[in-house]
Design a protein around this ligand. Structure first.
Ligand SMILES: NC(=O)c1ccc[n+]([C@@H]2O[C@H](COP(=O)([O-])OP(=O)(O)OC[C@H]3O[C@@H](n4cnc5c(N)ncnc54)[C@H](O)[C@@H]3O)[C@@H](O)[C@H]2O)c1
Length: 249
């Protein structure tokens, strides 16, 4: 119970990684508020969270909408009095080759993966600054580092996630003396349901790019979130942690 009494927001909490992270934080004693577009999925996550005897809160919002996010976060802060941990996990990629990409596809990818991180962090930060403590953990991607070599056609996604990396480092410096740490995970391919449709050839090609020949386990990723949120990580900030089986070496 390393996070007993802590209050966490998890964005993308209805998704594959967000749900495992939300439940893992709850198992460590944290209250968890999920933010996502998917109301039914959020409710399923909230039930898992409550099963650990902690408080759950759900807010359905489009995280690319600045005002909607302000309202959603204000609701959590009004209910719980503050936020100790922010996990920015909402996002996701779509394959689109650069030479034929529309401006709409570009803007959608940047909004989903980068604006959402700005909007939620901007809404949460004032209460963290006030309490002079907080942990912000962003989920970037190894695509931000390796140019999306695992999936071709990921320029907009890679650019947005590289933006998350830059935001993470710059904000880490900006708030370093306020008791707030800001870090990011850079996962490679994870063993989430999104991978279930891989053909054997596609899976082989993927594993050929990963020195350990292992996909990431969501539960292992969630444990790194717990570590970065735990008291002993107080002096770790601005870290971009690859979880990629050595792909980016
Ligand atoms: N799964 C992987 O292999 C992998 C690898 C590297 C990085 N990531 C990143 O990890 C994060 C989670 O990935 P996942 O595999 O769980 O994906 P997922 O699609 O299962 O979950 C993403 C969640 O984000 C929510 N979301 C998307 N856009 C939103 C918006 N505008 N407003 C509110 N909610 C929104 C979706 O509703 C969904 O519940 C993403 O940021 C993704 O880019 C995943």
């Amino acid at each position: 119970m390393r996070l007993q009494g802590k209050r966490a927001i998890v964005t993308g909490a209805a998704g594959a990684l967000g749900r495992v992270i939300a439940e893992t934080l709850a198992a460590e004693g944290a209250d968890v508020a999920g933010l996502d577009l998917n109301a039914a999925g959020l409710e399923e996550t909230a039930e898992l969270v409550r099963s650990h005897g902690v408080r759950a809160y759900s807010a359905t919002a489009d995280l690319t909408d600045f005002d909607a996010v302000q309202d959603a976060v204000a609701g959590v802060v009004a209910e719980w009095g503050g936020i100790d941990i922010l996990l920015n996990g909402a996002g996701g990629g779509a394959v689109s080759f650069f030479h034929e990409m529309t401006a709409e596809t570009w803007n959608t990818q940047i909004a989903r993966n980068l604006d959402s991180v700005f909007n939620v962090t901007r809404a949460v930060l004032p209460s963290m600054l006030q309490q002079k403590s907080g942990r912000i953990i962003n989920i970037a991607s190894i695509a931000a580092v390796s140019g999306g070599r695992l999936v071709r056609g990921a320029t907009a996604y890679a650019a947005a996630k590289a933006g998350v990396v830059g935001l993470t480092k710059a904000l880490a410096i900006e708030v370093a003396e306020s008791g707030i740490t800001v870090n990011a995970l850079a996962p490679g391919a994870q063993a989430t349901p999104g991978r279930d449709n891989d053909t054997p050839e596609r899976r082989e090609a993927l594993l050929d790019q990963i020195p350990t020949r292992l996909l990431g386990e969501p539960q292992h990723l969630a444990q790194t979130v717990v570590f970065l949120a735990a008291p002993e990580a107080v002096n770790i900030t601005g870290l971009i942690l690859p979880l990629d089986g050595g792909h980016s070496i």
